[in-house]
Ligand binder design. Structure first.
Ligand SMILES: Cc1ncc(COP(=O)(O)O)c(C=O)c1O
Ligand SMILES: N[C@H](C=O)CCC(=O)O
Length: 425
């Protein structure tokens, strides 16, 4: 593989953009080397500026569940763009997407569209505070809910990859209202709630975590959280930015059989365009402006191009739910294949996988929370990442990120990926 043009473009980008990227995880800092620059993508494949082809296991960090440049999504956006790109005035397609999303997801009556997962989570917490009249929230170490101040407390994803899980710039005043618990540790959450009785507005969680690798909640933990929230009048917020419309039509709520009070979306719901959303029962959503007093707004929210991409994507997934099964089967095939190769080569590893999310950890104990995830051997990860890249397999450039399979990936692609793991080690 030659990466000359990508490297030159990165050098140029760094002159004008901090770190040369518009989101830190893209910079390859955790794995070393220069990021590849993408020229175009189709189906399962990325093509970089040096004309290298890669099987893509990121899918733009999740949104492109049906593969790149998926025809129905492209057509919808192109047709919409011809009629104007933004109005700042209501359009019918916003209601169409809202109606479809509400019909697919359990336990929600109304949904508000925003422009990113960060906005969705930030607005959902404000709504929870406005609704309950309480200030504090509990979040879990290693969970990432976007880059809004309240969430940059032991945050996962790029924040932890680059060593700033508690970012400078977040005031003490804000940080004191975010209490920290450990994933899969129900007793710890109960202790926190007991010590802050009547003060917790919300518990926010990635119901299947993807920002410290893929981490699955134990049954006891997730059911226990639901019971605790109901008993203590705390709202349970499911951050389904990764899991929504990926783990199934009804996302993690459906997959885990747990009802949340507010659910946040991003990624798949925008079909690759910038969309986030938060949703809840009508009684809670009624507190939002202009119906209620909790303010939330956006010049480009409900943008017609973004709505058309989201509508095309959700329509496909709603009418072809077998896609979710197919994705889960492919992910399980990859899981088994990689596990067999690593075992044969004597490489210490753990693989976590749920639906179409999967992560490989180079450590010897089960990865169930941030502490266990952080024990992965980063030198082995770097070797793995670059070895795979050189064979045309694009994995997330950080050990703290989940892979996202897309349905354009074929079994031949999976076999090539598994074979590549063998060659690396
Ligand atoms: C679970 C989760 N919540 C929130 C976000 C923030 O979304 P965005 O990057 O669109 O702001 C992300 C990803 O970035 C995420 O993975
Ligand atoms: N883990 C993040 C979201 O999924 C990675 C995307 C980003 O922050 O650029």
């Amino acid at each position: 593989m030659r990466y000359q043009r990508s490297s030159a473009l990165f050098t140029e980008a760094k002159k004008y953009i901090p770190g040369g990227v518009n989101s830190p995880v893209r910079a390859f800092k955790a794995v070393g080397g220069d990021p590849i620059f993408i020229k175009e993508a189709k189906g399962a494949y990325l093509f970089d500026e040096d004309d290298n082809r890669y099987i893509d296991y990121i899918a733009s960090w999740g949104p492109l569940i049906l593969g790149h440049a998926h025809r129905p999504v492209l057509d919808a956006v192109i047709e919409k763009a011809k009629k104007g790109t933004s109005f700042g005035i209501p359009t019918q397609i916003e209601t169409e997407l809202a109606k479809l999303a509400v019909s697919m997801v359990p336990n929600i009556d109304k949904i508000r569209f925003v422009n990113s997962g960060t906005e969705a989570c930030m607005s959902a917490v404000r709504l929870a505070r406005g609704y309950t009249g309480k200030d504090k929230i509990i979040k879990f170490a290693g969970c990432y809910h976007g880059h809004s101040d309240s969430f940059l407390i032991q945050a996962g994803s790029g924040a932890v990859t680059f060593g700033s899980p508690n970012s400078p710039g977040v005031t003490q005043g804000t940080a004191k209202d975010t209490l920290l618990a450990n994933y899969n540790d129900l007793e710890g959450v109960k202790t926190l709630v007991g010590a802050n009785k009547g003060e917790i507005a919300a518990i926010i969680i990635e119901p299947v975590a993807g920002n410290m690798g893929c981490i699955i909640p134990s049954d006891e933990f997730i059911k226990g959280l639901r019971e605790l929230c109901t008993r203590e009048e705390i709202l349970l917020l499911f951050d389904e930015v990764m899991t929504g419309f990926r783990l199934g039509r009804g996302g993690a709520q459906e997959a885990l059989g747990i009802d949340a009070d507010i659910v946040m979306f991003g990624k798949v719901i925008g079909g690759g365009l910038p969309v986030g959303a938060f949703a809840a029962r009508a009684e809670i959503m009624g507190h939002l402006a202009p119906e209620g007093p909790v303010y939330q707004a956006g010049t480009l929210s409900g943008n017609p191009l973004a709505m058309s991409a989201g509508l095309a994507m959700l329509t496909e997934l709603n009418t072809k739910p077998e896609t979710f099964t197919s994705l889960a089967e492919k992910t399980e095939y990859l899981h088994k294949g990689i596990a067999a190769v690593l075992t044969e080569k004597g490489i210490t590893h753990q693989i976590n996988c749920f639906g179409s999310m999967i992560s490989v950890h180079f450590c010897d104990e089960p990865v169930v929370d941030f502490t266990s995830s952080a024990k992965g051997n980063n030198d082995t990860f770097k070797k793995y990442f670059h070895g795979m890249l050189d064979q045309g397999i694009y994995l997330p450039p950080s050990a703290f990120e989940s892979y996202f399979l897309n349905d354009a990936i074929s079994y031949a692609d999976l076999d090539k990926t598994i074979e590549a793991v063998g060659k690396v080690f």
